[in-house]
Design a protein around this ligand. Structure first.
Ligand code: ZN
Length: 470
C-alpha cells in the first residue's frame, strides 16, 4: 500500500517535471513579437492611418518578413479596429494585437450669411439672414444648428455626431452711423464778386431713417458783395441723434480787370529736362515772360531747374510722378498716390505744395477708360474736393505728336490758333524737344506785337476744363 502511494507521488512529480521541461523548450524555441508604437492608437477620421509594424525575431534572426497581419482599418469611418500580428517559427505561433480608434475630433463649421456685426434700426427686429453648418464627417448640419437670441447677440451652436461643438456669434448693434451727405456740385467753389451764388444742393441718405431729407440743416451764407472765403455747412441728424456734417467752401474773388488785352498762358508738360528746360528758362528770362510748368518725376541733378522755375517767377504745377497711364488711372487711390508723390517731391525742392495740376493726357483723355471706367468723372470732382485745381488747354502746339517739330512748325501751330481771349497753349519741355526753345521766342515776339500779354497760371486764374470723356 505504502509502495503504491510512493509510486503515485513520483508519477505526479515526474509529470510536473515533464511539463516544466516542455514549457522550457517552448520558451527556448518560441519567437519574440512586440508592437512598434502604442497598443491603442487614435487616428482622426479621413487622415491616413500609418502602420508602424512590429518587431519579430528569434535570437538574432529578424522575423519581420514572415509576420502575418489580419484585420483592417477603415480610416474613413469612425470605429474601433483591431489588427492582429502573428509570427510562426519552429511551429510555434506568437501574436500581438493593436487597437486603432478612428475618431472625429474636428468641429463642424458654421458660416453666417450676412455680417457678423449688423446694425439694427430702432423699432425693428433683426431678420435672420441665415447660416449653414457643415461637418467634415456628418456633412450638412444646418438643420441641427441651435439659435439663441438675446438683445445684443445671436448665438449659433451645433454639435456633430461625435460631440464636437462649434459656436458662432452675431452681434446686433444699435445704429451709430450718421446720415451720409453728398454735395452736389463742387465742394470748393470759386465765384466772382457780384455773381450769384446758386446753392447746388445735396443728397442725403440714412441707413435707418427714410425721411432724413427734411432734417438737413444748412448754415452759413455767401456774401457775393465781399471778397472772402465762405463756409456753408450741411448738418443732418437721424432719429437716434447721430449727426454728420459736410462743409462747402465758396471763394468770392475779385474778377480780373476786363480789358481788351488777350492772354496767352504758355504751359509746359513732362519736364524738366537737361537739354531743353535750361535754355527755355533763359529765353523766358530774356523776354521777361512767366509761364507754367506741369512737372513730372526727374533725376536729382535736375532739381535745380525746379528751383529756377520757381525763383524766376514761373508757376510750378503738378503733372504726374510716373506719367504711367496704366498706373495713374487704375483707381482713384492710385491717381492720388501718384499725384501726392510728385507734390511731395516738389515740396522738398521749393518748400511749396503746388495745387495747380494737369491730368496726364488731359481731363478729356480716353486712354483711362482702359484702366478704370468713369475715373475722369470721379477725379474731376475729387481733385477739387482735395483742394486742387486743374487746367487743360485750348491750343496744342503739336510738339508731342510723334517726331520732334522744328521751331517754325511749333510757331505756326500756335499762332494760327490764337483766337481766344484766354489762350492756354500746350507745350512740352521734355528731353530733346529743342524746337520749342526758338519757337517760344518767336511766339512771344508775335504775341507782344499783337496785343497779347503772357501770364503764368495762378490760383486766381479761371479754370479751363475739357469735356470729360470717361
Ligand atoms: Zn504729359
Amino acid at each position: 500500500m505504502e509502495f503504491e502511494h510512493k509510486r503515485q507521488i513520483i508519477a505526479i512529480l515526474g509529470g510536473i517535471l515533464l511539463l516544466l521541461i516542455v514549457y522550457a523548450i517552448y520558451l527556448i524555441l518560441s519567437p519574440r513579437i512586440k508592437l512598434k508604437g502604442d497598443a491603442v492608437t487614435e487616428v482622426e477620421v479621413f487622415k491616413k492611418y500609418k502602420e508602424k509594424g512590429v518587431y519579430a525575431s528569434y535570437g538574432d534572426t529578424n522575423l519581420g518578413g514572415i509576420v502575418k497581419v489580419s484585420g483592417k482599418v477603415n480610416d474613413k469611418k469612425i470605429g474601433k479596429y483591431k489588427l492582429e500580428y502573428r509570427v510562426n517559427y519552429h511551429g510555434i505561433t506568437r501574436k500581438v494585437v493593436r487597437t486603432i480608434l478612428v475618431k472625429d475630433k474636428t468641429k463642424p463649421k458654421i458660416t453666417l450669411k450676412g455680417d457678423e456685426e449688423v446694425t439694427v434700426c430702432p423699432n425693428t427686429t433683426y431678420q435672420e439672414e441665415g447660416y449653414i453648418a457643415v461637418d467634415n464627417y456628418d456633412g450638412d448640419l444646418t438643420e441641427k444648428v441651435k439659435v439663441t437670441n438675446s438683445d445684443k447677440t445671436i448665438i449659433y451652436s451645433v454639435k456633430d455626431s461625435s460631440g464636437n461643438e462649434s459656436v458662432l456669434m452675431r452681434t446686433l448693434n444699435e445704429d451709430t452711423k450718421g446720415p451720409k451727405i453728398t454735395l452736389k456740385g463742387y465742394k470748393n467753389m470759386t465765384i466772382y464778386l457780384n455773381q450769384n451764388y446758386n446753392e447746388p444742393g445735396y443728397e442725403v441718405f440714412d441707413n435707418c431713417d427714410n425721411d432724413i431729407k427734411t432734417k438737413v440743416k444748412i448754415t452759413g451764407t455767401v456774401n457775393t458783395k465781399k471778397e472772402g472765403i465762405y463756409k456753408i455747412t450741411y448738418q443732418a441728424t437721424d432719429s437716434l441723434g447721430n449727426v454728420s456734417e459736410v462743409t462747402r467752401t465758396v471763394k468770392v474773388l475779385k474778377k480780373p480787370i476786363e480789358n481788351d488785352s488777350k492772354v496767352i498762358y504758355l504751359t509746359f508738360d513732362d519736364g524738366p529736362s537737361r537739354s531743353v528746360t535750361p535754355k527755355l528758362l533763359d529765353v523766358l528770362k530774356e523776354e521777361n515772360v512767366k509761364v507754367t510748368f506741369f512737372v513730372i518725376n526727374h533725376s536729382k541733378e535736375l532739381d535745380y531747374l525746379i528751383k529756377r522755375e520757381d525763383s524766376e517767377g514761373h508757376t510750378v504745377g503738378l503733372h504726374s510722378y510716373t506719367h504711367n497711364y496704366k498706373k495713374v488711372y487704375s483707381s482713384v487711390d492710385s491717381y492720388f498716390n501718384d499725384l501726392y508723390a510728385i507734390q511731395d517731391k516738389v515740396y522738398k525742392i521749393i518748400n511749396k505744395k503746388p495745387t495747380i495740376i494737369r491730368f496726364p493726357g488731359g481731363a478729356s483723355n480716353t486712354i483711362s477708360r482702359r484702366y478704370s471706367k468713369g475715373i475722369m468723372t470721379l477725379l474731376d470732382k475729387e481733385v477739387n474736393n482735395k483742394g486742387f485745381t486743374y487746367f487743360d488747354w485750348n491750343i496744342s502746339s503739336g510738339d508731342a505728336s510723334g517726331g520732334r517739330l522744328s521751331a517754325n512748325k511749333i510757331y505756326d501751330n500756335v499762332i494760327t490758333n490764337l483766337k481766344y481771349k484766354r489762350n492756354i497753349v500746350l507745350l512740352h519741355d521734355f528731353e530733346n524737344n529743342t524746337g520749342i526753345i526758338e519757337g517760344i521766342r518767336e511766339i512771344i515776339k508775335y504775341g507782344k506785337s499783337h496785343g497779347y500779354t503772357f501770364e503764368a497760371i495762378d490760383k486766381n486764374t479761371l479754370e479751363y476744363h475739357h469735356k470729360i470723356n470717361n
